[in-house]
Ligand binder design. Sequence first.
Ligand SMILES: [Zn+2]
Length: 147
Amino acid sequence: MNVDHHNDRTDTPDATDWLGQAGLRPTRQRVLLAELLVGDGQNRHVTAESLYAQVVDSGEKVALATVYNTLRAFCDAGLMQEVTVDGSKSYFDTRTDDHPHFFWEETSELTDAPASELEIRSLPTAPEGAEIAKVDVVIRLRRARTS
Ligand SMILES: [Zn+2]
């Protein structure tokens, strides 16, 4: 048993464990990115570019393409989910359950919206031969107009 009594954040997932639970080999780059994503136990919404900026800040060297490919691999492994905004901008979310998002137009930030206040009563019928795979709810925010 290895219990650290000075640290009461016992549920903080270890980056290597996080990779292990999805059966991903803990390569140096994966562990580095996993630590930036879940090292403090908080959920995160990142783009490949914002995570790359964090890598650069930490003094490590990982190519942007590698950051992007690794985020895709984390999604494929079920560790993260991709949320697309504007049809082209991809955000990667460490929280994998279905939940709505706020998109802050001014800062291009994606944050979680309270799911308890969302109610979807009905959806359009999928066209013949198709089924609904997933419903993404992204609520776009702008600064309130003061009159
Ligand atoms: Zn989220």
